[in-house]
Design a protein around this ligand. Structure first.
Ligand SMILES: *Cc1c(COP(=O)(O)O)cnc(C)c1O
Length: 379
């Protein structure tokens, strides 16, 4: 009998690259005339930069956003022709590193702009860059007075090849929030001062806020990976990350007996418990544990939702499968922990966090499979 990685791992993470590409196409369509890029920082939100970037390139994506220059270096090897923006800006003294790899820093201050311009002069070439203006999130970027000062600094401006003006929304996932309109208006005014330069404002949720947010280029991240860009409404995106845990043991528990560390869950009736090979080492948040009987967290087994019971431990978690047909769950049965039934936003909210954190914290111990890879023709 042959042995595959998934036979040995306990938990299996399958990344559906066909769904990823469908998500990019849907966002691209929603963005109308704007170009659709992709935020692939953080190892493509934990899902693997290489297969994700190659799949997005195949779908037609040409503009990529990473956070760190190190991530840009990694991506440049994978996609030699892509436009790569580094969102964290220009790291001090590293202009040559960016230039050699053709990375576009999203400059956030006059200091960075001067460093990039003066490096370009020494290099003999105006190097492309983005200018990141802050319109209200107060994280990274030029404040309005700083932006004014940059535009007044003719020598620095002359040394820059500005290919993009960008800003970032603070509350895009909350459409009625007044800061959205405020940021959109301020951004529109600022872009008016750099005629002919492309502009980018929207992240995933921003794409769904309307035409005044999409400008020339959109930068979705989480929605590509299956997160809901329209919280409170049904998720238009396809699930990309599918995490399954294999049942290691099924046990019967009598009323009054407890399950797991701390004995936090007590059977109220004769119960059947499935123990799955996925724990917090695998990235299943320990916060999915519940002190209440039948707490909110669930896994999906044989077509039914079953409550997670007791504490999630390092290597395993337990689910109450009393409601399922006896003998329908056996050693090796796979249970969905994340996927098309248990959506990442739902699981994240049970754990008191957001889909972004859930994905970026997925562990490395399970078998990781990519479905829909072009190179090996598998589906
Ligand atoms: C992470 C990030 C994005 C993507 O945001 P999502 O909410 O994941 O779509 C876009 N722009 C900037 C500046 C970011 O930091």
């Amino acid at each position: 009998m042959t042995t595959t990685p998934q036979d040995l791992a306990g938990a299996v993470l399958t990344i559906d690259l066909v769904a990823l590409k469908d998500n990019w196409r849907l966002l691209s369509k929603r963005a109308g005339a704007a170009e659709c890029g992709a935020a692939v920082k953080g190892n493509a939100y934990g899902l693997g930069i290489e297969p994700v970037a190659l799949a997005l390139w195949e779908a037609g994506c040409r503009a990529y956003f990473v956070a760190r220059p190190k991530e840009g270096e990694e991506l440049r090897v994978i996609l030699p022709e892509a436009t790569i923006y580094v969102l964290d800006g220009l790291f001090a003294g590293q202009a040559e590193f960016y230039a050699k790899l053709n990375l576009c820093p999203a400059l956030i201050s006059i200091e960075e702009a001067r460093e990039w311009a003066s490096f370009g002069r020494a290099y003999g070439r105006k190097l492309p860059c983005a200018l990141h203006v802050d319109t209200g999130i107060n994280r990274l970027g030029f404040s309005k007075p700083e932006f004014d000062a940059l535009l007044d600094d003719a020598f620095t401006m002359e040394g820059l090849n500005v290919s993009l003006l960008m800003s970032h929304l603070a509350c895009a996932d909350d459409p009625p929030h007044p800061l959205n309109e405020k940021q959109a208006e301020m951004f529109a005014a600022l872009r008016g001062r750099l005629p002919g330069v492309k502009a980018s404002l929207a992240n995933s949720s921003g794409i769904f806020l309307g035409d005044s947010f999409t400008h020339d280029l959109v930068r979705p991240g989480i929605a590509l990976y299956g997160g809901n860009p329209t919280p409170g409404s049904p998720n238009p995106m396809r699930a990309v990350a599918h995490l399954e845990g294999a049942v290691m043991q099924v046990r019967n528990v009598k009323p009054g007996e407890t399950v797991g560390y701390g004995a936090t869950w007590e059977a109220q009736r004769p119960s059947r418990i499935a123990v799955l090979g996925a724990g917090y080492k695998d990235g299943v948040p320990r916060a999915l544990s519940s002190k209440q009987v039948d707490g909110p967290a669930q896994v999906f087994i044989n077509g039914r939702r079953c409550p997670v019971i007791g504490r999630v431990s390092m290597d395993m978690l337990a689910a109450d499968i009393t409601g399922l047909m006896p003998h329908s769950v056996v050693r090796g049965t796979r249970a969905e922990i994340l996927g098309s039934n248990i959506l990442i936003d739902e699981a994240a909210s049970w754990a008191g966090t957001i889909s972004y954190e859930l994905l970026t914290r997925l562990g490395s111990r399970y078998a990781r499979l990519y479905s829909g890879l072009e190179s090996d023709g598998s589906t």
